[in-house]
Design a protein around this ligand. Structure first.
Ligand code: ZN
Length: 184
């Protein structure tokens, strides 16, 4: 089943998540539903706060990038209790969007590569250094765990230019082809 996606302005998007343990209720089902939700809305990543769950969990499918980065062909991963513990000094801009901010696309500058420790869906620990699309999507999703969205990272000028559009999101002034939840 799919969850409705929380739109900017809903309080759960601004909460810092809690880590989870393997016995978290219904976890495997939640993960399955997050995949279903992500694919139904044509996203490449989805974080638990976007579906109203304040837990340290996100999913990423970066296989779309395999044309340019062949190693991404099977990059479909679940990240539980992730910790980004190193970031490259080198940064780069890339145009991002977010299912919680439909219709908003902006260039965001982020580190080009990251090192991350996380647990997969079987609670097996991984420790990897990634660049390219994977690093970009993971950093975007990781921000959600800390109650941040990508527009928080824009310059003050860019943010002020976007202000009206961002305010409009919470009032339903956008088009989306997926189930969503507006702030009350
Ligand atoms: Zn997002």
């Amino acid at each position: 089943m799919t969850y409705p996606i929380s739109i900017l302005g809903t309080p759960e998007l601004r909460k810092v998540v809690e880590p989870i343990s393997a016995d978290y209720p219904d976890l495997q089902n939640i993960i399955k539903n997050m995949w279903d939700t992500m694919y139904a809305s044509e996203g490449v990543g989805l974080a638990a706060p976007q579906v109203g769950k304040s837990i340290s969990l996100f999913v990423v499918d970066a296989s779309f990038g395999a044309d340019e980065e062949p190693e991404l062909a099977d990059f479909k991963r679940v990240f539980i209790n992730a910790e980004i513990y190193d970031r490259s000094e080198q940064t780069e801009p890339f145009t991002e969007g977010c299912l919680s901010l439909p219709g908003v696309h902006e260039d965001v500058v982020r580190p080009s590569s990251i090192s991350i420790r996380y647990l997969d869906e079987n609670f097996v620990e991984h420790d990897v250094t990634l660049g390219g699309y994977a690093a970009r999507i993971i950093q975007h999703e990781y921000d959600h765990l800390e109650g941040k969205v990508f527009t928080d990272r824009l310059s003050p000028l860019r943010k002020s230019l976007l202000r009206g559009k961002l305010m409009g999101l919470g009032k339903g002034k956008f088009k989306a082809s997926y189930k969503f939840k507006l702030p009350k």
